[in-house]
Design a protein around this ligand. Structure first.
Ligand SMILES: Nc1ncnc2c1ncn2[C@@H]1O[C@H](COP(=O)(O)OP(=O)(O)OP(=O)(O)O)[C@@H](O)[C@H]1O
Length: 148
């Protein structure tokens, strides 16, 4: 089944939003397949955001990501990449719909609490980068109650 990479950024960890964010994805019916609390070094953050390296905010973005621990996760489910992005909300919290994670918990684009892969292809790349030893293979006993 489809997987996505979700990262709770340092502000989300500092602000005590980890439990609420995990709970949102769990209650939706997605399955947690990998998770770690990790502080990343500058070269690793630069690699994760390499597609944005020419942007004027790149330096600030890297500083933000290395400013404290993040929670790196792999979530699995039908259409989890697209649905995950909807749950997260628009990049700029001013434009994020109420009820989304950014719409509920963030104010500024440079402190927007959470990252989610923007395509299945990016998800595969990001999961390989953050979980080089693979994820956890388990099946939820709730599966038949979530999927037809
Ligand atoms: N104009 C900006 N000023 C400051 N930070 C920005 C700006 N645009 C984007 N960012 C930061 O860079 C991150 C990556 O930008 P991107 O355009 O890939 O958005 P996104 O895909 O919604 O976010 P993410 O990759 O974190 O899920 C944003 O989440 C935000 O933290």
């Amino acid at each position: 089944m489809e997987q996505t990479f979700i990262m709770i950024k340092p502000d989300g960890v500092q602000r005590g939003l980890v439990g609420e964010i995990i709970s949102t994805f769990e209650k939706k019916g997605f399955y947690l397949k990998g998770m770690k609390l990790i502080s990343v070094e500058r070269p690793f953050a630069e690699k994760h955001y390499e597609d944005l390296s020419s942007k004027p905010f790149f330096e600030g973005l890297v500083e933000y990501i290395i400013s404290g621990p993040v929670v790196a996760m792999v979530w699995e489910g039908k259409n989890v990449v697209t649905t995950g992005r909807k749950i997260i909300g628009a990049t700029n919290p001013s434009a994020s719909d109420p009820g989304t994670i950014r719409g509920s918990f963030a104010v500024e684009i440079g402190r927007n609490v959470i990252h989610g892969s923007d395509s299945v292809e990016s998800a595969k790349k990001e999961i390989a980068l953050w979980f080089p030893n693979g994820t956890v293979n388990w099946q939820s006993s709730l599966h038949p109650w979530i999927y037809e």
